[in-house]
Every structure is written in C-alpha cells, then in structure tokens.
Design a protein around this ligand. Structure first.
Ligand SMILES: [Fe+2]
Length: 387
C-alpha cells in the first residue's frame, strides 16, 4: 500500500485495553495481516466482535461463461455491448481469466444494501463513468471518473453511485496483492523522486463514521468461483479507528505523471501497479518523442512470456484503428503485434497523444470467455493485412 495512514480513534499503544465511553467495555481490536504476520497490516478497532455471524448459505453459482474452444488469436471486443442488469456486485461480466487474474466490466444500474467481500482476491476497480462514495470499514472515499481503486483481499465494502444510469467499471481480480513497484520507492518506502506519482496523488479513506446498528446485514462473500451469503447481526462498518499500511485507496489515472523520451520508451515506464502474476500500466496524454524521424508508435514486438491486454478509456488511440472507448484488445504472448497499417507512418512527426488507456500484462495466458465471443470485432485478426 502507498504509505502509513491513520483514521478515527485508536489507543496510544496497540494490544492494550481500549475502553468505550462507558469506561467498562472494550473496543475489539482486529489485526488485518498479510503474509502470515510478516507483511503489511492494519489494526482496526470495532464496536462489536468482527467474528459475529448469524447464518450463512451458499449462493447459486454464476452462469458458466467458459469458452473452451476459443482460438489463440489477436482479439478486439467491445465491453459496452455486454451490459447486465444489477448492482456493483451482480452486474459484472467476465471477459478474460487465468488462475491468477480475472478481468470483468460492469455497468451498475441499481443500488444495493448488500456488502461485498472478496475473500480470495484483491481487486482493482477502475471507475470509467460515474461518481459516488466508496464505503468500507476503513472509511469513505469519494470517487469520480478515472479513479482506480485498490481493494485488498477481504475488505468489506460498497460502491454507492450518485446516480444510476451510464455507470461503468473495469474490475481486475488478483490472487496476490496489488503493490507499488519496489523501484518507485526509496529505502525507507517514500516514493522516489523519479516515480510517476507521489504520496499526495493517492486518495486514502478520508472520513470514518462508525455505525453502531443492530439488525440483519447481508455480506456477499466471493471465494474463487463460489459465492456465499453471510448474515451478520451488526453493521459491518462499526470501526471507530484504525492505523497501518493495509487499506483500500484510490489513485486517479489523471494523476499519473507520464515519462517521455526522445525515442520510443517501452511500457515499463507506464507501470502503475504490480502483482505476483501480472502488471498494470497507465497510458496518459503526453508529448511524443522528439528525435529527428523518431517513430512514436511502437515497433512490432513479440512479448514472448506475457499476454497484453489494453482497455481503451478515451482519446484518439495512436496505434489502433477501430477501437472505441470500452474496447479491449488481447494480444497473446508468443505472437507478434504492433501498429495497424498506416499508423506507424501517421505517428512520425506527430507532437503528442491525448489517449487514456489501461494495460494489463499477464505472465500466464488468459482464456477468453463467451462474453468475448459475443462482443468480438470479427475482422481484427486480419486487420494487419495490407490496405
Ligand atoms: Fe504490445
């Protein structure tokens, strides 16, 4: 996580009695720990026991969207053609997956009182369209288009949009934590001067309002492909304060400070987050390479051990024809790709780009789902044939 943060009321010394205002009963300390007590952690102070559970039951499995006979090919598909009814939990459509990474989009069209917790995965959630408030036991974060949420595994949360209509999210689940690349940090963890962001560019939870409410609260727990309903007897956001390094936060794509060079620089300069099995990049408006006759469009390349996924956010995409906002391209590892005919020549002498895009490069091959088949640009694999 980006840095140490503290919100609300906490005892001066951890693991000591922290008394409620009645002077007798205790707030309940919960250590949320990673890597078996050796990784980053936070200490949360609950009004009620965090372990309370009234009842639980498995929920029906989601529709199987596997596409076992999917070809290994360059693919382009339009995620906005796949819109499901539902809320921020139920409206998700999975497009690409491997054992470590699941890529979905959602157009949440309705609110819900349900809480969501991904027990086996950390989640990256990009707000393409919509604004509202993210709520969790760690507090609130206001969001707007462009915000990229990092939600560690097992954070109970809700996305409350200001209005319902036209909202869009890109969701990337990971079986390992999303982290800031080590080379962006100094020995002491501070962001290095050459990093594409600084501490003040990040949005941690900024307001905590502990809820002391009894009732029946429904938490939807995701564990791999399985979903469960947990009914808990107190509002899950009953935390009066917490501190530590493990917490949800947002970072807006517009806050990424891109690097430029006099000849083409490769994607690692656009790196924003890493996990154990894939990396993510932010592509932002930036001036182009200025060396005489420099070619700003990328060269043809074979990234032999990564699948490359690009989600197109907005602007004019310099190396692709036919892509739209909400398009995804998948360029499988071990196959060359690059600009489509005419795009290399078009880029020579161009002064800059206004594009916003998000890249996900996975070290294991991704499997497209039936949602890809339903939204596919059929001619894409032939789009490099000469005009
Ligand atoms: Fe590429």
């Amino acid at each position: 996580m980006p840095f140490y943060h503290k919100l609300g009321d906490i005892p001066r010394v951890k693991h000591t009695a922290f008394l409620k205002p009645d002077g007798k009963s205790l707030y309940r300390e919960e250590l949320v720990s990673s890597k078996g007590f050796s990784g980053i952690y936070s200490n949360l102070y609950h009004i009620h026991l965090p372990t309370e559970l009234k009842k639980s039951r498995p929920l029906p499995p989601r529709k199987n969207v596997d596409w076992p006979e999917a070809p290994v090919l360059w693919m382009h598909f339009f995620t906005d053609k796949m819109q499901s009814k539902g809320n921020f939990i139920t409206a998700r459509n999975v497009f690409l997956r491997n054992p470590h990474c699941i890529i979905s989009t959602a157009h949440p069209g309705e609110d819900t009182d349900d809480f969501y917790r991904n027990a086996y995965g950390a989640e990256y959630v990009f707000i393409h369209h919509g604004s509202g408030t993210f709520l969790s036991e760690y507090g609130k974060i206001r969001f707007e288009p462009g915000d990229q949420f990092i939600i560690p595994r097992a954070v109970t949360h809700q996305f409350k949009f200001d209005t319902y209509g036209g909202n869009k999210m890109l969701i990337v689940e990971s079986d390992t934590a999303f982290e800031i690349p080590n080379h962006y940090r100094t020995d002491y963890g501070q962001f290095a001067e050459h990093a594409p962001y600084a501490e003040r560019d990040f949005k941690p939870p900024h307001e905590i309002e502990p809820q002391d409410e009894a009732g029946e609260f429904r938490v939807v727990l995701k564990a791999g492909d399985k979903y469960f309903e947990h009914i808990v007897p107190h509002h899950p956001f009953d935390v009066v304060g917490w501190d530590g390094y493990l917490f949800p936060f947002a970072f807006n794509i517009r806050s990424f400070h891109p690097k430029v060079g006099r000849i083409h620089l490769p994607p690692p300069v656009h790196l924003v987050f890493k996990t154990g099995h894939f990396i993510m990049c932010n592509f932002n408006p930036r001036p182009f390479d200025w060396y005489p006759n420099a070619i700003p469009a990328p060269y043809y390349h074979s990234n032999i051990d990564s699948d490359e996924v690009l989600y197109y956010v907005e602007g004019d995409f310099m190396s692709r024809k036919g892509v739209e906002e909400g398009s995804i391209t998948l360029h499988p590892g071990g196959m060359p790709h690059g600009p489509q005919p005419g795009k290399t020549e078009e880029s020579i002498g161009a002064k800059g780009t206004e594009e916003y895009a998000i890249m996900i490069d996975t070290y294991s091959p991704l499997r497209p789902t039936l949602n890809v088949r339903k939204t596919l640009d059929e001619g894409y694999a032939q789009s490099w044939l000469a005009e």
